[in-house]
Design a protein around this ligand. Structure first.
Ligand SMILES: [Zn+2]
Length: 107
């Protein structure tokens, strides 16, 4: 299903590990930059992801997904939000309808 990344990258990382790693690497800078500027960085990275989706360059697409996730983790660190806890409601079923796969009517 997911060709590529898993073939080349290190072993899987828990979301909490990613967030802890981002805190270890960047917390001081992230806190100095602050929540608003960190949020702006995240939105810029999302824009770069949108561009990568248009180019068809698979390596660049993966790179930008990584940047978006990393900046999301940085922002969560600045805001004091535990991402793993925040996303836990999606772990087993759709948090809305309780089904897996989701059985909600299309939006
Ligand atoms: Zn659903």
């Amino acid at each position: 299903m997911f060709e590529n990344a898993s073939d080349r990258l290190p072993p899987p990382m828990e979301i909490r590990d990613l967030q802890a790693s981002m805190a270890h690497l960047y917390m001081e800078r992230d806190q100095t930059r602050g929540r608003d500027a960190t949020f702006r960085w995240l939105t810029e990275e999302i824009g770069e992801l949108a561009k990568a989706m248009r180019t068809g360059d698979r390596a660049n697409l993966e790179h930008e997904f990584g940047d978006v996730l990393a900046w999301l983790a940085s922002l969560a660190n600045v805001e004091g939000v535990d991402l793993e806890g925040a996303v836990a409601r999606y772990a087993d079923a759709c948090p809305r309808c309780g089904e897996a796969p989701c059985a909600c009517p299309p939006a």
